[in-house]
Design a protein around this ligand. Sequence first.
Ligand code: ATP
Length: 227
Amino acid sequence: MLRVDIFKQLGNFSLEVAFTTEGRVTGLFGSSGAGKTSLVSIIAGLVTPDRGVIAIDKAVLYDRSKHIDLPAYRRRIGYVFQDARLFPHLSVAQNLDYGRRMNFLNRDDADEKRITDMLDIGHLLERRPGGLSGGERQRVALGRALLAKPRLLLLDEPMGALDDARKAEIMPYLIRLRDEGDVPMVLVSHDADEMRQLATNVVLLKGGRVVGHGGTDVLPKWVVPAA
Ligand SMILES: Nc1ncnc2c1ncn2[C@@H]1O[C@H](COP(=O)(O)OP(=O)(O)OP(=O)(O)O)[C@@H](O)[C@H]1O
């Protein structure tokens, strides 16, 4: 269960968002400037809200009234960005191991095998990120985030930088993570089709406010034509 109830003033823009979700994939949907990235940065602990509460199950990550504000590295939240942000000088195996080491976790061979199999990246382990396709890089970024054993995975436009062929390539892996993985996800997207395929719950954002919350039926029916 993810509970978010926050307020944040960002220049002229104010973000005032409250929702609770039990979804395996909660989609944050809204047009450019709706506040999606600001909200995930606040959940991750990269931006501090002015007031409110953020909790995952019984773990309170932020509660202004109780002076609780866990730093990002103690929230156990994985974050995958539009660009994979892998370390170019490290192999895929070393990139994958990074999250585990940063979180002082012991090696877990069974978990590593399960995740590399699920994402089909076992054959890439010796390669460097520069030699991978965009879809492969995103699969490695997902693996790196999962191997740090997060309690929540934030995916900020994970397919935003991919062309249609690469999107189609990575979509089955995201569906597999949703259906076979054990980590709830928050997915940011402004692509309604992508949301319909992946999200189990949707929070619609507009101008920094929640304007809809429910199943994928709250998504707008229209489809934005590709640019
Ligand atoms: N540090 C800041 N100072 C002032 N304004 C900010 C700051 N951070 C974000 N904003 C403003 O907040 C609004 C929401 O931005 P945000 O990036 O969260 O939207 P978004 O929904 O993720 O958009 P996009 O889909 O284009 O990434 C924008 O108007 C942005 O200019």
